[in-house]
Design a protein around this ligand. Structure first.
Ligand code: AMP
Length: 394
């Protein structure tokens, strides 16, 4: 029996899960979230599987103190000694071109891992907080890095190269990397179990961030996010694809700094901008149902982008066997799935209206005679991180 801790660090947050593995069988023992680290009003939640969630107001000045508090909670509730912990798996936002799969963190590769996070604008370094805190607190426990970009490293050159001057790629590493790779990998792997004949898959990860990936025989061959998490489809507060000159034009004509434009593109765009201030799709959906005009515009633009990418990826794959919906919106919004599938009826897609009402569980939501199968598959990135950590440290 091995116990694996999974950490997902943000600049002011730390999500954690504790799994136990017995051969390849896993059990989730506990999970929780620290929020507002380094800020006023920080909180820490803890939930042991099968029990009520607890939430504490607690001073969390940095990630090291936060991790200490998390370890204390685990020791009080689910671990009899810290020696029971066999390894720690970390979610890393970027693996660059160096990391094509998960890896054990060593003295030799840690600077390359850190360097890869620098490819992310602003908050890239935050992904290192959990690793650094763990190295201080428990330096002898093996740590594994699992990269959001790794699954997309199978994309061919024609999909990842931008038509920029070549040195932007060769010297500055600017190319399409893609993100949400762990999620696209997990849901496509789950689909293979229930539909082994699915060779051409389009995976739609629709959450507050979002991306669409074309997957052929289990490998990513194209994906909608590119160099950063800002392109592709419309997201909660991010703009998705725009003409490359738009930010330059805004800076030049409205006297804005690159930091201001950066903030705008990440925090003030997407559904939030189009709907008049609502980034949570539940709010947009409520207003859509109530007939609000801006909510209709927001969903029209959002859905238009999604069906455009699906159409493009059918062309790239040379057909499609199955479409997957996952992440917060993909798993929980029957309305959005219905609207998307209605616009894909030209493919012979027929939605099973009853199954489409299911939320948050794996379900085939197309009818038996639908030419292309449609599935909802809840994603589980933390499980993939735990599995890779278990496998690499076995
Ligand atoms: P994620 O980034 O995957 O956590 O997804 C966040 C998005 O999922 C938000 O826009 C939420 O509105 C949406 N979401 C989460 N839970 C639900 C739910 N039960 N019903 C509808 N939308 C949901």
């Amino acid at each position: 029996m091995k116990k694996i801790l999974v950490l997902n660090s943000g600049s002011s947050s730390l999500k954690y899960r504790l799994f136990s593995f017995n051969n390849n069988e896993h059990t989730l023992l506990a999970k929780g979230l620290a929020e507002r680290i380094g800020l006023d009003g920080s909180t820490l939640s803890f939930q042991q599987t099968g029990q009520e969630k607890q939430k504490f107001s607690i001073d969390l000045p940095n990630h090291e103190v936060t991790l200490k508090e998390i370890l204390n909670l685990l020791l009080k509730n689910v671990l009899s000694s810290i020696d029971e912990l066999s390894a720690v798996g970390h979610r890393l936002g970027h693996g660059g071109e160096t990391f094509k799969s998960s890896t054990i963190i060593t003295k030799d590769n840690i600077s390359q891992i850190r360097e890869a996070q620098n490819l992310l604008p602003l908050h890239g370094k935050a992904f290192m907080h959990g690793i650094e805190a763990m190295q201080k607190l428990l330096p002898n426990i093996p740590q594994v890095a699992v990269f959001d970009t790794a699954f997309h490293q199978t994309m061919p050159e024609k999909a990842y190269l931008y038509a920029l001057p070549m040195e932007q790629y060769t010297k500055h590493h600017i190319r399409r990397y893609g993100f949400h790779g762990t999620s696209h990998y997990f849901v496509s792997r789950e689909l293979q179990k229930i539909m082994p004949s699915a060779h051409k898959i389009i995976s739609c990860h629709l959450g507050s961030g979002g991306s669409i990936t074309a997957i052929k025989d289990g490998k990513s061959i194209d994906t909608s996010l590119g160099f950063t998490g800002t392109g592709g489809i419309v997201m909660g507060t991010r703009c998705g694809d725009i003409d490359a000159f738009v930010p330059l034009h805004i800076m030049q004509t409205q006297n804005k700094t690159s930091e201001e434009v950066h903030l705008m593109l990440n925090k003030e765009c997407g559904l939030y901008a189009l709907s008049g201030g609502y980034s949570d799709s539940r709010d947009v959906e409520d207003r859509y149902i109530a007939g609000d005009k801006m909510a209709h515009t927001a969903y029209d633009v959002y859905i238009h982008g999604i069906i455009k990418y699906i159409g493009a990826y059918i062309a790239v794959l040379g057909g499609v066997d199955a479409i997957i919906f996952t992440a917060g919106i993909g798993e929980n919004s029957p309305l959005l799935r219905q609207k998307i599938c209605e616009q894909l009826s030209y493919l012979g897609i027929k939605l099973d209206e009853k199954n489409n009402q299911l939320r948050g569980q794996t379900a085939e939501i197309s009818t038996p005679d639908s030419k292309v199968k449609v599935f909802v598959i809840p994603t589980d990135e933390e499980l993939v991180i735990a599995e890779d950590t278990y496998r690499l440290t076995a």
